[in-house]
Design a protein. Structure first.
Length: 95
């Protein structure tokens, strides 16, 4: 699995539903985002905050099924949805 850190620029490569939960974040293929935060589930699986507000009561980990902290506020995204982006500093400020 790709490793990301806070402040990384990422590009959306998957915008479909993952797992069995039936929900997906509001993302568009090719869209540029910045990693604002990272949360780990109990097994150490990454979930990324890329600035999407949650419209759900909770967000759960695909791998463990557990509820993620603040899932009613942050739409945590699975890192498989993204690849590293190499946009410049000025473009990054706009994200």
């Amino acid at each position: 699995m790709k490793k990301f850190k806070k402040g990384d620029s990422v590009r959306v490569i998957i915008d479909k539903v993952l797992g069995k939960n039936g929900h997906k974040p509001n993302l568009t293929i090719g869209e540029e985002k910045m990693v604002l935060g990272i949360i780990l589930d109990s097994k150490g699986n990454y979930h990324l905050d890329v600035g999407l507000k949650s419209k759900l009561n909770w967000i759960s980990s695909i791998e463990t099924g557990e509820e993620l902290l603040d899932g009613d506020k942050i739409h945590w995204c699975h890192p498989s949805r993204f690849e590293h982006s190499h946009i410049g500093t000025e473009e990054r400020k706009k994200l």
